[in-house]
Design a protein around this ligand. Structure first.
Ligand SMILES: Cc1cc2nc3c(=O)[nH]c(=O)nc-3n(C[C@H](O)[C@H](O)[C@H](O)COP(=O)(O)OP(=O)(O)OC[C@H]3O[C@@H](n4cnc5c(N)ncnc54)[C@H](O)[C@@H]3O)c2cc1C
Length: 447
């Protein structure tokens, strides 16, 4: 069909949907459209935005779009997708309720943000193992894995998922749990938005009282020693000890370059200082700020929009953080582009989950590693090409990418995220529940 023909079809679809779902469908030029079409990576230009407030309304929108052959883009918190360039955006921000139920179970809408979840549960002394940034959406993070401050104590977000209310490509509303549609329940725990739309999650929350934490900063005089000491502290530390080690370039004059330890312990400050002693006694320490902390305050405000650079590099689960792996990670710092390293301690509860229990299979991961070269917006193709230098040598120590930390999108990227057997099982489930490939999320698994 011609571009004009496509536009007319889209217009008549939007008119029909608006009649069927008055108040919910938003056309270009309205504030609801602008908000729903906007994601972290920029402003989209879909034909319309629908903002449903129930699973039944999500189902209605799906059925209508499928019948009209209009592509669907699902947006929850908007931190993990490219802006939509056409079709219908299903904006889940109207499904953001957070309700505490019996037994520490909590029902959460996919459009809620993790900062709101933490703030709502904290007065009850509870939290949900998730990410470390307040404005990241529940939907995308929960379907992709979910690695945050409680990962060694309570595992991934998908590990404490007990039930999902779910809309399929045919517009059916299902309840997924260990007994009902167990294959689909397995697939949505790590397989992303490939199978339908999650309209409500039920998680098992955990106590988050008695936390101490903060940061320790180091200068650049012996970064390799910091990495080695951090590895040993985390390798022998208890599950209650969680941390991320960043190696930062100088991004702003007031922010010196070098390693930064972000750490939390469910325990006493004395115990935390004892566990961190090998790091605290290094001569390169420049600043120590440790003390009691509330779980919501551990979460950070992310940047409101994408910063003015592309992050090019790689990430992966590291089964053995050997000296050779640390040397290879350090070697990536030797580059003209500003380079940032991230090492997030895993193990503990994360590793006690069986490889095939969820679609996040790399449970032998001792850490999650990421290297990012910061390529300024507008840089030429040579800068982008050079940003990959040395990354492959570092990735040789990893055994698969973490979906939620993989900004590259498309059909091929999934082979770098899922081991072959996991991907085969995901594809088989996709063929069963979405044979016509209605749902094509950022990390697209073809049927
Ligand atoms: C600043 C920043 C900090 C981050 N920190 C962390 C962190 O600490 N830990 C971590 O694990 N990850 C982290 N991430 C990664 C984050 O988990 C992913 O980007 C995630 O996809 C974001 O979810 P979202 O709902 O905000 O994004 P969206 O862009 O709305 O969704 C991402 C993908 O999931 C699909 N999707 C979302 N909701 C649904 C649903 N209900 N049903 C079906 N499909 C759905 C979308 O279609 C899209 O393809 C961070 C990302 C950023 C940008």
């Amino acid at each position: 069909m011609s571009a004009d023909g496509n536009r007319l079809c889209a217009m008549s679809f939007v008119t029909e949907l608006s009649e069927r779902m008055p108040q919910r469908v938003h056309a270009p030029g309205t504030p609801e459209y602008e908000a729903g079409a906007h994601v972290f990576h920029g402003q989209g230009t879909p034909d319309a935005v629908v903002r449903p407030t129930s699973a039944a309304e999500v189902a209605e929108a799906v059925r209508s779009a499928v019948a009209a052959g209009v592509p669907i883009t699902v947006v929850a918190g908007g931190h993990g997708s490219d802006p939509a360039t056409g079709g219908l955006v299903i904006d889940l921000s109207g499904l953001a309720a957070i309700e505490l139920a019996d037994g520490g179970l909590v029902h959460i809408g996919p459009g809620a943000q993790w900062g709101d979840v933490a703030a709502t549960l904290a007065p009850h002394g509870l939290g949900v193992t998730s990410g470390d940034t307040r404005d990241v959406g529940v939907g995308g993070l929960a379907l992709g894995g979910g690695i945050g401050w409680l990962v060694r104590m309570h595992g991934l977000t998908v590990d404490i998922l007990r039930e999902v209310e779910f809309v399929t490509a045919s517009g059916d509303v299902l309840t997924l749990d260990a007994e009902h549609h167990p294959d689909l329940f397995w697939a949505v725990r790590g397989g992303g938005g490939n199978f339908g739309i999650a309209t409500r999650f039920t998680f098992q929350a955990s106590p988050v009282d008695g936390l101490v934490g903060g940061h320790v900063m180091f200068d650049q005089s012996d970064q390799r020693a910091v990495l080695g000491a951090w590895r040993d502290v985390m390798r022998h530390g208890p599950d209650e000890l969680n941390s991320t080690l960043l190696v930062m370039p100088q991004l702003m004059p007031e922010m010196p370059a070098g390693p930064q330890l972000l750490v939390a312990l469910q325990g006493s400050e004395e115990e935390l200082r004892r566990l961190l002693e090998p790091l605290l006694s290094l001569p390169s320490v420049t600043d120590v700020a440790l003390g009691p902390v509330e779980y919501p305050d551990l979460l950070e405000d992310g940047p409101p929009d994408k910063p003015p650079f592309e992050m090019v590099g790689g990430n992966g689960f590291v089964p053995d953080l050997s000296d050779a792996a640390l040397d290879a990670f350090m070697a990536t710092l030797d580059h003209a582009l500003p380079t940032m390293l991230l090492l997030r301690g895993l193990g503990g509860a994360f590793s006690r989950v069986a490889t095939d229990a969820t679609a996040v299979a790399q449970r032998d991961g001792e850490v999650l590693f990421a290297v990012n070269r910061l390529v300024p917006d507008g840089a030429g193709p040579e800068a982008f090409a050079s940003a990959h230098d040395g990354v492959e040598a570092a990735m040789a120590f990893t055994n698969g990418r973490y979906s939620n930390f993989t900004p590259e999108f498309g059909d091929d990227i999934v082979t770098e995220i899922y081991p072959a057997t996991t991907l085969e099982r995901l594809r088989a489930i996709k063929r069963e529940v979405d044979p016509d490939d209605v749902f094509r999320p950022s990390h697209h698994i073809t049927p």
